[in-house]
Design a protein around this ligand. Structure first.
Ligand code: FRU
Length: 474
């Protein structure tokens, strides 16, 4: 049971020390594995290891011993893991268990190359492949973060790799011998920073039989509100080449908040789900948490929605209902009259709010986590057609000049929202998950209310539910 100040209660963070990207996300025999960039000796970034945790439900995590340590080829940077069911790699050695193969970047002095390691005991112990690296550095400074999946149609493993500010695809029959396939990105998307942590997945289109391919790419810096952020591209993949359906100028952000990065999906699952690192490289090393530094987002289910003929990535939180504890409101209608704020006392900053907006005559309305002096405010602004998260007065903002901010997300209409608050983070999912913002804040007061306020007209909300959420730490 961890309950230090600022410690999220139902999001994964390591007991202590530094963590960044989620790595090696794979499901096997009832367990979701979460590996992560980890520095066991410090709470700032340093020589990278793969930390390890497992969960049966993506909510309650058990931290296991470190899986991969740096070696003579370098630090262990980000990567992925797959279940090699057919033993294509020949690395299987147990009759009972499939071999799990991790594919990661070895980061040596200015030299990044791809390597593999394998486990024949459900991820408990790992052996690095004797022939590492499996892909040598071709003369590129940034050449990392391999994400691998099995491509059924062409019967081969496909690796997406971040190379400078482009993505390269490689193919392999055995996870060991890799062939270069193609490059994507020079003409598409945002290029304000280096591209990292790609992921290529096929997702269902809501309400249609069709599926689309989505290429997920983190970029640092260059986010719409500053710093590191996740962008994505929608199109097709034929086993060799990714073709993007969007106009070249189109930029699609997965999450407009400042604190959702390096997100990738679990492999070997039926329902696509991903998790992101809830921080931003602008200030990740300075956030005032102790003895741990950094936390993962809530896992989110993924699909595609066709919205006015535009493809959108849609994210919705996994079901938290098993962890509801006190119910403050259950499916109620709430009417907000102009300038008559409604206040709901919160026992703790561990809460989920779910609401539909039935009718809105106000040019804006706000949702504020309000202490005596501190507040974090969300403004739904129908005139400017945007959502703003203002954390300038949200508590400790002094640790970095980049932290205090009012962050914006464009929004044409507002139909519904889900807000998840956990001690020092908020995750806001608007319009059935089609617009998302994730933000950290560091409140210091004891008592908070949730204040709802319409500025100049009535707002009619329906199906409003508010639940406190239990701690998932044992
Ligand atoms: C993304 C990243 C990756 C890299 C890792 C190093 O946050 O920079 O590109 O593999 O972190 O910790």
């Amino acid at each position: 049971m961890y309950d230090e100040q600022f410690r999220q209660q139902f999001h994964f963070s390591p007991k202590e020390k530094w963590m960044n990207d989620p790595n090696g996300l794979v499901y096997y025999k009832g367990e979701y594995h979460l590996f992560y960039q980890y520095h066991p000796n410090s709470s700032v970034w340093g020589p990278m290891h793969w930390g390890h945790a497992v969960s049966e439900d993506l909510m309650q995590w058990e931290e296991l011993p470190i899986a991969l340590y740096p070696d003579e080829l370098g630090q262990i940077f980000s990567g992925s893991a797959v279940i090699d069911k057919e033993n294509t790699s020949g690395l299987k050695s147990s009759d009972e268990e499939d071999v799990i193969v991790a594919i990661f970047t070895h980061h040596g002095e200015d030299n990044e190359k791809q390597s593999i390691a394998y486990s024949n005991d459900r991820g408990r112990t790992w052996t690095k492949y004797h022939g590492n690296p499996v892909i040598e550095n071709p003369g590129m400074k940034d050449f990392r973060d391999p994400k691998v999946f099995w491509h059924e149609q062409t019967q081969k493993w496909i690796m997406s790799l971040a190379c400078g500010d482009q993505i390269q695809f490689y193919g392999s029959r055995n996870l060991i011998d890799w062939t270069f396939l193609s490059t994507f990105g020079s003409e598409y998307g945002a290029h304000g920073g280096v591209w990292e942590c790609p992921d290529l997945i096929q997702l269902e289109v809501e309400g249609e039989k069709e599926k689309k391919w989505v290429l997920i790419v983190s970029i640092n810096p260059g986010g719409p509100n500053g710093g590191s952020v996740v962008q994505y591209f929608i199109g097709d993949f034929d086993g060799e080449v990714f073709t993007c359906d969007d106009e070249k100028e189109t930029i699609k952000w997965a999450d407009f908040g400042r604190d959702f990065y390096a997100a990738v999906t679990w492999s070997n699952v039926h329902e696509p789900v991903w998790i992101g690192w809830m921080s931003n490289w602008q200030y990740a090393n300075q956030v005032p948490t102790d003895p741990f530094r950094s936390v993962m987002s809530i896992p989110r289910k993924l699909k595609i929605r066709r919205d006015n003929n535009e493809w959108k990535l849609v994210q919705t939180p996994i079901d938290l209902s098993l962890f509801y504890k006190d119910t403050i409101l259950l499916n109620e209608d709430v009417t907000l009259l102009p300038l008559e704020p409604k206040q709901i006392e919160l026992k703790e900053l561990q809460v989920m709010v779910d609401a539909k907006v039935r009718e809105n005559q106000s040019s804006s309305f706000t949702l504020t986590l309000k202490g005596e002096k501190e507040q974090l405010q969300i403004v739904f602004d129908c005139v400017k057609q945007e959502v703003r998260v203002d954390r300038t007065r949200s508590g400790d903002v002094s640790f970095s000049e980049y932290f205090a901010s009012v962050d914006k997300m464009p929004l044409n209409e507002l139909n519904d929202f889900i807000l998840i608050v956990d001690k020092s983070s908020i995750e806001l999912f608007v319009n059935q998950g089609s617009s998302v913002m994730t933000e950290l804040f560091y409140p210091s007061e004891q008592n908070y209310t949730l204040e709802w306020n319409a500025t100049d007209g009535e707002v009619h909300l329906s199906n409003v539910s508010i639940h406190h959420i239990e701690s998932t730490w044992k």
